[in-house]
Write a protein that binds this ligand. Structure first.
Ligand code: DAH
Length: 344
């Protein structure tokens, strides 16, 4: 019987050496060590033995069983390791292969202009303020000196949500919001953002566009300060040789009001088709904040005065890049947008 046991061990070792997959290994283990396996069947003959023999055979059987279990476990580890190695080998990356070309987006030209304006004005001590696109009639018109029924409301065809709420038609209501929060104290802000008007879209009109409002309030602020701030803007946004010209105009929220022209970059001011022969191009509206506007938002015009301006972001961007149709900004044609990418 002892020799039978030794044979089991030898046979198992030989069979183990041949196995190289996990399923076969499980099967083999069951054949040798399972309830109905080879070892169990040898053991079933134990009844015919003497007590002494049983003791000896029993001990030997245990040793063989333990040894086989260890060998099966070692084999299992070996097979698993081989599988992992094979997997790693299949996943090897050839670093000399050309990379995958994934294209990234760029910053929209209008946002580029806003970022430039922000840089420029922050450099002059302004902070950036924001307000909601859904505004009250009060902030967008009434507190800007445009009471209900004022004829100047016709200048801005507005999308109303209800009689008191609207899609803001200008960024000027952010002036009102900031004044209401500042308790009569000095202010120096720009407010870039989207605005909406009930205009039919064409080459120069869009029902949604962008403005950048500016408001500076403090002691002894004059029209000369306004002109300085605008000249700085024109020379930084376009080029250092640009001049500006202020023409009298009307806005209900400023008095006096001006329309601001920049000298034409195409002809240097001599007159060409871009500037329609005048040498100047209109870029924004501005003025000294109307006393009524100051009073309505808690400011005393005898103490604090200031100026405001409203820049058309599309207009500046179109002039800068010689774009002739505002719709290009909103139709998302990548052939157009790609021209403004920093990394192409
Ligand atoms: N809100 C005006 C518009 O949309 C632009 C404007 C003009 C803003 C003069 C101002 C200003 O702050 O002083 O047409």
């Amino acid at each position: 019987m002892l020799s039978k046991l030794e044979n089991v061990l030898n046979d198992a070792e030989l069979d183990l050496a041949k196995v190289n997959d996990l399923n076969a290994l499980v099967q083999l283990k069951a054949n040798y060590l399972g309830k109905k396996g080879v070892l169990a069947s040898v053991m079933s003959n134990m009844r015919d033995l003497t007590v002494e023999q049983r003791k000896e055979i029993g001990m030997r059987t245990n040793v063989i069983k333990n040894s086989l279990e260890e060998k099966f476990e070692a084999k299992k580890n070996q097979i698993e390791e081989a599988i992992i190695n094979q997997k790693l080998q299949n996943e090897t990356i050839d670093v000399t292969l050309p990379g995958v070309d994934f294209s990234i987006g760029g910053i929209h030209p209008l946002n580029q202009t806003i970022m430039e304006l922000e840089d420029l004005y922050i450099g002059m001590g302004y902070t950036v303020a924001e307000g909601p696109e859904i505004e009250t009639d009060e902030n967008c018109f009434e507190k800007l000196n445009l009471p209900k029924g004022h004829p100047a409301r016709d200048m801005q065809d507005t999308f109303y949500i209800n009689p008191e709420l609207l899609l803001r038609s200008q960024t000027s209501p952010v002036q009102v919001r900031t004044m209401m929060e500042n308790d009569g104290k000095p202010i120096k802000i720009i407010c870039p953002g989207k605005v909406y008007r009930r205009d039919a879209d064409d080459a120069t009109h869009s029902h949604q566009f962008m403005q950048c409002e500016g408001l500076v309030l403090g002691k002894n602020i004059t029209m000369a300060d306004l002109k300085g701030a605008l000249l700085e803007m024109a020379q930084k946004m376009f080029d250092k040789d640009r001049q500006i010209r202020l023409r009298p105009s009307f806005f209900p929220f400023t008095e006096p009001s001006v329309e601001v022209d920049v000298s034409c970059g195409m002809c240097g001011g001599k007159g060409c088709s871009t500037c329609k022969g005048t040498g100047w191009i209109e870029v924004l509206g501005a003025g000294m904040v109307n006393d009524n506007v100051l009073r309505m938002s808690g400011y005393d015009p005898a103490e604090i005065q200031g100026y405001a301006f409203g820049i058309g972001v599309e207009r500046i961007t179109m002039l800068k890049h010689r774009i002739d149709d505002i719709r290009n900004f909103y139709t998302n044609d990548v052939r157009f947008l790609n021209q403004f990418k920093e990394v192409k």
